[in-house]
Design a protein around this ligand. Sequence first.
Ligand SMILES: NC(=O)c1ccc[n+]([C@@H]2O[C@H](COP(=O)([O-])OP(=O)(O)OC[C@H]3O[C@@H](n4cnc5c(N)ncnc54)[C@H](O)[C@@H]3O)[C@@H](O)[C@H]2O)c1
Length: 355
Amino acid sequence: MQSIKANGYSVIFNDAGYNELNRIISENNYSTLFIIVDSITNEVCLPKLLPLITTESPIEIIEFEAGEINKNIETCIQIWNVLTELGADKKSLIINLGGGVVSDLGGFVASTFKRGIDFINIPTTLLAMVDASLGGKTGIDLGNLKNQIGVINNPKLVVIDSNFLETLPQIEMRSGLAEILKHGLIYDTSYWKQFLDLSKLDFADFDSIIFDSIKIKNEIVMQDPLEKGIRKALNFGHTLGHAIESYFLDNQTKNSLLHGEAIAIAMILESYISMTKKLISKDEYLEIKTTIKAIFKEVKFDKSDIHCIMDLLIHDKKNENGKIQFVLLDGIGNFIINQEVDNEVITASFEDYKL
Ligand SMILES: NC(=O)c1ccc[n+]([C@@H]2O[C@H](COP(=O)([O-])OP(=O)(O)OC[C@H]3O[C@@H](n4cnc5c(N)ncnc54)[C@H](O)[C@@H]3O)[C@@H](O)[C@H]2O)c1
């Protein structure tokens, strides 16, 4: 299938992606290939990948326990130690085979080990294919603060192979769909419209849905790789979304939410805020709310939940000069960045979400 040129690397689909992977491996004559997997991708994805790699270099597998809860410094230390014990050097390559947790953490480990070694992402979740594996953001959580530590550093290549999705649970597919919906909402009305009725969507052509989503993200990132301006658009749904995700992750009495599930809720909340600022119409808001609620289960928030989530908002990396900065919709398919929002409006958005 097609390929997409990004900042200093390419995103390449299927066989052509593996050909490029093998070309890069051979051209760079890496001393060792380290494939970072989590406990699940080790079982279900690694057996699919290994026969496709042709190399004389030794291959070592490094596994950590699956789950966002492990995207932390302790896991990094374990992996840096294993790399050191196995004699990794500046000429080693890291291949991140997994979802966004693996590419975020593996990319960060690679970017910091011996001041940076090459890495390649092979995403295995829908979310990582359309979002996490692209754009160079790598990092880990600090306690319950999402992605608090990290660097922006691009992979040498991203290989997209939607065959990996065959084993991905439905709930994880839905989580990825949230970022796909976001790309439509902020950048492309007709892309968004095709998700209004999922029963009419041609899932046989999933590669093209993924391709278009990557194209949107890439077009935005290419204009602003360091997130000084337009790249902030990709944070639509993420200001409240990260706070909601952190809150559920840290709260023993609640089931944690997947990243995409938290983002889906927050896209409704931030659309409500856009409506109160007269940036989108009530009809547009209702279209967004109805579409997202038809896909994602509703989550209950009581007063104390909302209070704690507001507290977490203060720690959001996207804050500037102590002010919470939102990306809002400026009509469906357009965005506006650096918007301040009163606390009462945020609270009202949670109230309306329940209706
Ligand atoms: N760097 C970025 O730009 C960026 C963007 C969006 C999200 N993220 C990050 O991505 C993470 C979420 O990514 P995710 O949703 O991929 O989560 P994840 O990596 O935790 O994967 C979800 C689950 O699916 C399993 N899995 C992965 N591939 C599988 C497959 N093919 N078959 C069966 N199971 C499989 C994983 O083991 C895990 O249990 C969050 O930490 C988020 O902060 C980063």
